[in-house]
Design a protein. Structure first.
Length: 463
């Protein structure tokens, strides 16, 4: 299985501190082969890679894929966690140099020696935990390669792509839709660790990218931090929905914006085409990938009569995950898979007449009140239309006279003098009665998950 393009030897991978050309990678892989042999690490020994957006991490990740190892991709900040039972070795990275003996160290966990299941090499990834306890999702290398090919084709990536990644490659968006597709075509890649607006602009100046992967929140950060135009050939955004007006404002300054929809289990399910009209790309996440089938089922989600054309998005694809485990690699039965093999995404959406997919939000990000559906995203949009509100998130909490309780959390800017009661009063002008939050809480910042999504579980602890 070849994950790395060999036809662009002078193109580079960099993290802003260390840089290597594609033609240097085979030599580093030879060092890694010798290092693994010295440590006694075989292909059937499960390993966990503590991965961050550094060049040494990226090179070890590529080595494990290229040479067919079973490995769990983990965030570097979780290096203290006890690995699952199938991981005998833990690989830790010090991003100091490109000398393997300097940047790579190994811990052997002798109590965790269960062999990975089957001979076919597999990549294991943890979910974010945004919908409950994190799970371990199992992908074969071959299916991951297929998912990568879908992204290359849809996004039009080539060897001339210069991609900057301010999103973590330890998550499937950064890895499967960005880093690996770029490497597969020989593109130059700039990895950004812990990106903020200052470091992003520094990387941008040094690397001169023409393509970027971002979360919606980072799109907004860039809009606030840069007021002058700086066109990209392509920006790909995934995660939460874009706030109203962000798409148009971003394209006006930075060029073509494409939305992508996917999950840790299914990979990249759908994406826009950069050749589509701006109007079409703003309305929907795009067509399903060529190996993906999509349907919408109203019966599996709490949908009121006001959402006749909407339902839970179900998908079936060739390049999907092959297994799901709990944190210690014990198999989990997934209620999300039905008898015909369809996977319920737990996302609410609809299929437009042209076949494009519109994602409306999470099924569990909506509730029935007064017998009708209330989408959290609609309440959040109303709050964001109030002067002084920087960001907003809504959760279901407790009970109310209308049904489930609706709580809103808002961040206000320094110029705003909004109070909780004033914000709630403004909602009466913008929302039907069933959608008025029962409580509005002002917070300093909204908690985020590592993938950039709002950590709604944490919000439930804030009174």
């Amino acid at each position: 299985m070849i994950f790395i393009c060999q036809s662009a030897p002078d193109h580079v991978l960099t993290d802003g501190h260390l840089t290597c050309r594609y033609q240097d990678i085979p030599g580093i892989f030879t060092q890694l082969l010798d290092f693994f042999a010295e440590k006694g690490i075989g292909r059937q020994d499960g390993v966990v890679l503590d991965c961050e957006n550094s060049l040494p991490s990226a090179l070890v990740l590529l080595f494990l894929l290229e040479h067919g190892y079973h490995f769990l991709l983990s965030k570097a900040e979780n290096s203290h966690q006890i690995p699952p039972q199938f991981c005998r070795y833990q690989l830790q990275i010090q991003a100091s140099s490109l000398d393997v003996h300097e940047f790579l160290s190994v811990i052997e966990h002798t109590a965790h020696t269960l062999a990975p299941v089957g001979d076919e090499p597999k990549l294991y990834m943890r979910t974010s935990g945004s919908t409950g306890e994190p799970k371990i999702i199992v992908h074969t290398h071959a299916r991951m390669h297929g998912n990568i090919s879908m992204c290359v084709q849809r996004l039009g990536l080539t060897a001339e792509t210069r991609m900057t990644l301010p999103v973590p490659i330890s998550h499937l968006f950064g890895l499967g839709a960005g880093f690996l597709p770029a490497v597969a075509v020989g593109a130059s890649v700039d990895l950004q660790k812990g990106a903020n607006i200052i470091s992003y602009l520094q990387h941008e100046k040094a690397f001169n990218p023409n393509t970027a992967l971002m979360t919606p929140i980072f799109c907004e950060t860039l809009l606030k931090g840069r007021k002058t135009a700086r066109p990209y050939q392509l920006t790909v955004v995934a995660g939460d929905r874009l706030r109203e007006g962000v798409f148009e404002n971003y394209e006006a300054l930075f060029g073509c914006l494409v939305q992508l929809y996917g999950s840790t289990e299914m990979g990249a399910i759908a994406a826009g085409n950069p050749l589509d009209s701006s109007e079409l790309r703003s309305q929907a996440v795009g067509l399903p990938m060529s190996d993906v089938h999509i349907k919408v089922d109203k019966s599996t989600a709490e949908i009121g009569d006001n959402r006749q054309d909407s339902g839970e998005i179900w998908t079936k694809r060739l390049y999907s995950f092959v297994d799901c485990w709990d944190g210690q690699a014990r198999p989990l039965g997934l209620e999300q898979i039905n008898a015909e093999g369809w996977f319920g995404t737990r996302d609410l959406g609809r299929i437009l007449p042209n076949g494009y997919i519109e994602v409306l939000g999470r099924c569990d990000h909506s509730i029935k009140r007064d017998g009708l559906l209330v989408m959290f995203s609609e309440v959040e949009a109303a709050l964001l239309s109030i002067d002084g509100v920087e960001s907003a998130a809504v959760v279901a909490r407790g009970e109310s006279l209308r049904g489930k309780g609706l709580w809103a959390y808002c961040v206000v800017n320094d110029e705003g003098r909004a109070t909780s009661s004033a914000l709630r009063s403004c909602c009466f002008e913008r929302l039907p009665k069933r959608a008025i939050p029962d409580q509005v809480i002002i917070v300093d910042a909204l908690p985020l998950l590592p993938n950039g999504k709002i950590d709604r579980q944490s919000l439930l602890t804030i009174a």
